[in-house]
Design a protein around this ligand. Sequence first.
Ligand code: ATP
Ligand code: MG
Length: 446
Amino acid sequence: MRLTRYFLPVLKETPSEAQIVSHRLMLRAGMIKQASAGIYSWLPLGYRVLRRIEEIVHQEQVRAGHIPMLMPTLQSADLWRESGRYEDYGEEMLRITDRHGRDMLYGPTNEELITDIFRAHVASYKDLPLTLYHIQWKFRDEVRPRFGVMRGREFLMKDGYNFDIDRDAALHAYNRHLVSYLRTYERMGLQAIPMRAESGPIGGDDTHEFLVLADTGESEVFYDSAITDLRFGDRSVDYDSVSECQAVLEEFTSRYARTDDTHDEAAFNAQVPEERRRRARGIEVGQIFYFGTKYSEAMGAVVVNDKGERVPVHMGSHGIGVSRLLGAIIEASHDDKGIIWPEGVTPFHAGIVNLKQGDSAADAACDALYQALIAKGLEPLYDDRDERAGAKFATMDLIGLPWRITVGPRGLAKGVVELTSRRTGESEELSAEAAVDRLAQIYADA
Ligand code: ATP
Ligand code: MG
């Protein structure tokens, strides 16, 4: 993409309404624009990152054997009356009446809708296990929408639902989700720690929330610092193997890590040596739940088991805050100059800065570089504006592309361009071909 043909409305001033750094940077970098309280338009740069995050979520869910689909945002109130949640959900639910006087709602979550689909089509244990998921907009009429996309009213969520014949099978689905989430967050450059949590209005026995440590997080967390040394890395786990998934769960959840809802000071002190006890704040970027037969009993999601008996299925629901993740990643990865995108989610793979726009040699070199990057399957953002170098660098630093290639007459005379890492600030001079190869290698490894 050439910047002169793009739409990147960066702001010079720091917006006064934004209280936390990720919100400020998303506004300044021209990623989002508030449409009304807690509701945002995703401008092209923000949309690119959102799509990349979505893509990682999809890839890891499919890898775990979960099946993508799409359910609507608007739902009929009748299903929610069946489960008993229509009244229970309270003021967070946006209720709408259609022209025929029918009660509708903008879905805050999808347990009812998915259970209705399941009961209509599945009748036998032979069709289990089954995990369906979608990535869809949700609406929750939060009392205090704030921090930009972190606590919106309309937000994008991945929500998945497992259907299993019994508790053990459902717990395997739970563990599978835990493994897939660990991989998902690490690919986004994040460490998200599974913490024991309380179940809330969805209701459940087993549940973990995934938290990214950040001072601006809304949750208070208590954990054993040894947990922060754990990495999932690129290990391969067989998602069908009960023991392999269980082993990952044990590795990542055996140490003390809880949110304030479930925190127990006595247990914390007894289980964790003083020097490893941490009290901090975190951003909830996902949650997994096993809730048994709560919905299947209320809504008649029943299958015939291998003994010919009709039994309610065991279910769980598993969410990832897709749009919130943008905020969480920025909170975890920025400096005074702007955002620093991890390679896994960056909106463009590299920026090209032409130091002397209009100089025929510099323009030709930038064009060639631009085409060479595209030929390698990379997406460059070429700053071809007629601007001072300082302004171009400031824009690149603000929008946070992990790599920048700077091209100018002085370097070209020596046959080199400059490759700069946004994270370390380190630069290296090398030929344009070598720079392209280096970037191709970096992204192949990422
Ligand atoms: P919270 O405690 O932050 O209100 P929740 O526990 O009610 O969230 P879940 O039902 O677990 O939310 O939803 C799954 C994920 O969706 C959460 O882990 C979070 O990352 C994201 N999420 C929830 N509410 C919002 C919101 N208002 N804005 C953006 N993302 C949200
Ligand atoms: Mg939650």
